[in-house]
Ligand binder design. Structure first.
Ligand SMILES: O=P(O)(O)OC[C@H]1O[C@@H](O)[C@H](O)[C@@H](O)[C@@H]1O
Length: 363
């Protein structure tokens, strides 16, 4: 009898997780009401189904070399679709009723595109980016977790190297949202031996892109981590400046990232120098400690972008200058970060939000 009950219980758990995909109202980590959502699985190929279900179960997706096979379009809720992206990888497409679009790869939980209604993509993917899971996607908004780095494990941690699973989707009054989950697996355990859950909710509206990252300690022992959202903004580098950092304590990683030089930001709107600097002329790699809740990026392309945050206490400004000769003029990284350790006891959670929004009239 108890054997029968166990089998039925496992079956029900499996079926309920699958229903998350086709439900009109389920969302894992949000209490927001769903004002309008519809659901359809338009055409899901066998290969895609198995790939997608494996990501739901956190199984094969954990292997960096897994082939994705054919990915057919599947609509999770209204304006949240899964399609085949670069390299055959599954990518979530969000379309807001206000005319903006975003793309989010399950690999790395990486947002690679945020296009505002004028058609301009405000994020940047480097020309050397690859979509073969052999390395993280270089561009967009990669995760740095559980280490910002440099440190004992790989630079920027492993979250950007793993497949995340979809655990929820919704559409609230024309603003689509999707929630991804990452859990520990043998690959992560080999370098960071803790059980954790990361939930990442991405919401798109016509003028903003909102991400909420929640880390929960699911282990029986405490752990600590650092992290960042390593956002690559499209830019024209000569016109870039960032307002709001004046007075912040700085850790300048130029010339030596392992032994940063302490200082204080004196400028009201630091820009990216075209000459001077340490390692290379124009190179910028600087941490701003206790950064404010909002900074404003002038991207040099006619847009002022508000970068707000809750609980990402620090910021990072990075441009590689001639280390990346082919593209350094076209982007700047302004990163919300947590440089000091976040300590979590078992069952404790930490959450942080980033809101990027267009401030001025789009050109
Ligand atoms: O891993 P990526 O995307 O090439 O970024 C690397 C850079 O990321 C930045 O966040 C760091 O401050 C730099 O020190 C580092 O070089």
């Amino acid at each position: 009898m108890s054997y029968f009950v166990t089998i039925v219980t496992f079956y029900l758990i499996f079926v309920s997780r699958f229903l998350v995909l086709i439900s009109t109202s389920v969302i894992a980590s949000s209490s927001a009401s769903i004002a309008s959502s519809t659901s359809s699985m338009s055409s899901v190929s066998r290969a895609f189904s198995s790939c997608f279900l494996s990501t739901i179960r956190g199984g094969a997706a954990a292997t960096m070399s897994a082939s994705q096979g054919t990915v057919s379009t599947a609509s999770l809720v209204e304006s949240v679709r899964v399609v085949e992206g670069n390299g055959g990888l599954p990518v979530i497409k969000l379309n807001s009723a206000g005319g903006s679009e975003a793309e989010l790869y399950l690999f790395g939980g990486c947002i690679t595109s945020w296009t505002i209604p004028s058609g301009k993509d405000l994020l940047f993917v480097r020309p050397d980016a690859v979509f073969d899971k052999k390395k993280p996607i270089s561009g967009g908004i990669p995760h740095c977790f559980p280490q910002f780095g440099p440190g004992p494990i790989q630079q920027h941690g492993f979250a950007r190297n793993l497949d995340w699973s979809v655990v929820g989707a919704e559409n609230v009054e024309g603003d689509p949202a999707v929630t991804l989950e990452l859990r520990d697996n043998p690959y992560s355990r080999a370098m960071w031996d803790f059980s954790f859950q990361a939930l990442y909710k991405v919401t798109l509206s016509s003028k903003s892109l909102v991400t909420v990252l929640t880390i929960t300690n699911t282990d029986s022992k405490p752990f600590s981590f650092t992290g960042a959202l390593h956002t690559y903004f499209r830019a024209s580098i000569e016109g870039v400046s960032v307002r709001g950092l004046k007075g912040c304590r700085t850790l300048n990683k130029d010339p030596d990232p392992v032994n940063p030089v302490e200082g204080v930001e004196e400028r009201s709107a630091p820009s990216i120098p075209s000459t001077g600097g340490g390692r290379l002329p124009g190179f910028v790699d600087c941490i701003y400690l206790d950064a404010p809740g909002e900074v404003v990026l002038e991207n040099g392309l006619g847009n002022a972008l508000s970068i707000r945050n809750r609980n990402w206490s620090d910021a990072v400004l990075w441009n590689p200058h001639r280390q990346m000769e082919s593209c350094y003029r076209n982007f700047v990284c302004v990163e919300n970060a947590k440089i000091g350790n976040v300590e979590l006891e078992p069952e404790q959670s930490w959450s942080a939000e980033q809101v990027i929004a267009v401030l001025e009239k789009q050109k």
